[in-house]
Write a protein that binds this ligand. Structure first.
Ligand code: SF4
Length: 280
C-alpha cells in the first residue's frame, strides 16, 4: 500500500500520498515522511533597510540580510510577489545552508559599510513551508549574536510557532483583512492568524501590516474591529497600512486611493499609538 503522511505545520494539515506536495507546493511526502523539498534553496537574497520589512520600531536605520525561497500556504489573488510565492521549488535556485547564510551575515556585519543586524526571512512565506530551514538558521544566527526577523502571514499551527518563538527577535505579520469571509477568499482563516498574533504579542517585537484593497477590506468598521483586536494585545503594536497596486489575479482592480489609506490611518490612530501609511 502507498505510504501516506500528514503535515501538521499549518492549519491546512495536508494529508499527502507518497510523492505528493501540499497546498504550499514545497512540502512533499517521501518514504512516509513530510519533508521540505526546497530546504536551503534561495530565490532572493539582499541587504535591505529594516524599514522595508516593514519594521519601524526595531533598530530603525539598520540594514538586514534578507532572503526568500518559494511557495506559500495561502492563495492571495492580489499577491504582490506571486513570481516566487506561487511557484514550486526549482533545482536551479541557489543553495545556501544555514552555516553559509550565517557566515555571510557575519561577514556583512563586520565589513559592509551599512552594517548588518542579522537575518530576515521574507519575500515569500518562509514559515510554512520552510519551517525547518528558518529554525536551523535562526538557532545558528542567535548563537552568533545576530538578530532574527520573520515576515509572515501567521497561518501556522500553535505548536511549531511556540517552539520557534524563542529563536525570533521580531516579526511583521500580514493581517490581510479582518473577516473570515476575506480569509476564505485566500484559502486561510482569520481565527488562526489571530491566534498566532496572540502567541507572539509580548514575546517578541511585533508589528502588523494590512494591505488595503479597494472594495475588499477597506471599510471603516473592519478597520476599527482589527484595531480593537490589536489594542487589546497592546496599543503599542505598530500597524502599517499599505496601498494595493493591481497585480496577479487582481490586475483588474484599481490601485488603492491614497486618501482611503489616510482615512483608515485616522481610524486606527484612535486605538493604536503607531500607525504608518505605506506605498504612498
Ligand atoms: S505547510 Fe504545506 S504541506 Fe504542510 S499543512 Fe501547510 S500547506 Fe500543507
Amino acid at each position: 500500500m502507498a505510504q501516506k503522511a500528514q503535515c501538521l505545520l499549518c492549519p491546512h494539515r495536508c494529508r499527502l500520498a507518497e510523492g505528493r506536495c501540499g497546498v504550499c507546493r514545497a512540502r512533499i511526502c517521501r518514504e512516509g515522511k513530510v519533508i521540505d523539498l526546497a530546504y536551503a534553496q534561495i530565490s532572493a537574497l539582499a541587504l535591505d533597510p529594516i524599514e522595508k520589512k516593514p519594521l519601524r520600531r526595531f533598530h530603525p536605520g539598520s540594514w538586514i540580510l534578507s532572503l526568500g525561497s518559494c511557495g506559500c500556504n495561502l492563495r492571495c489573488p492580489f499577491c504582490q510577489n506571486s513570481g516566487i510565492s506561487m511557484r514550486a521549488p526549482d533545482p536551479r535556485d541557489e543553495t545556501l545552508l544555514p552555516e553559509d547564510l550565517v557566515a555571510l551575515a557575519l561577514k556583512l556585519k563586520e565589513s559592509d559599510p551599512r552594517g548588518n543586524l542579522g537575518v530576515a526571512f521574507t519575500y515569500n512565506e518562509m514559515l510554512a513551508p520552510h519551517y525547518e530551514y528558518v529554525r536551523d538558521c535562526a538557532a545558528l544566527a542567535k548563537e552568533r549574536g545576530l538578530a532574527t526577523v520573520l515576515v509572515t502571514n501567521g497561518f501556522i499551527e500553535e505548536r511549531p510557532l511556540l517552539e520557534l518563538l524563542p529563536l525570533i527577535d521580531a516579526a511583521n505579520v500580514d493581517l490581510k483583512g479582518f473577516s473570515e469571509g476575506f480569509y476564505k477568499w485566500l484559502g486561510g482563516s482569520l481565527k488562526s492568524v489571530k491566534r498566532s498574533l496572540e502567541l507572539m504579542a509580548g514575546k517578541i517585537h511585533l508589528e502588523v501590516t494590512t494591505l488595503v484593497i479597494p472594495g475588499k477590506n477597506d471599510s471603516a468598521e473592519e478597520m476599527d474591529a482589527e484595531c480593537a483586536f490589536l489594542e487589546a494585545l497592546s496599543p503599542e503594536i505598530p500597524l502599517h497600512l499599505s496601498r494595493f497596486f493591481p497585480r496577479y489575479k487582481c490586475a483588474d482592480l484599481p490601485p488603492t486611493p491614497p486618501e482611503t489609506v489616510l482615512s483608515l490611518c485616522d481610524i486606527a490612530r484612535r486605538r493604536l499609538k503607531y500607525v504608518y501609511p505605506g506605498n504612498m
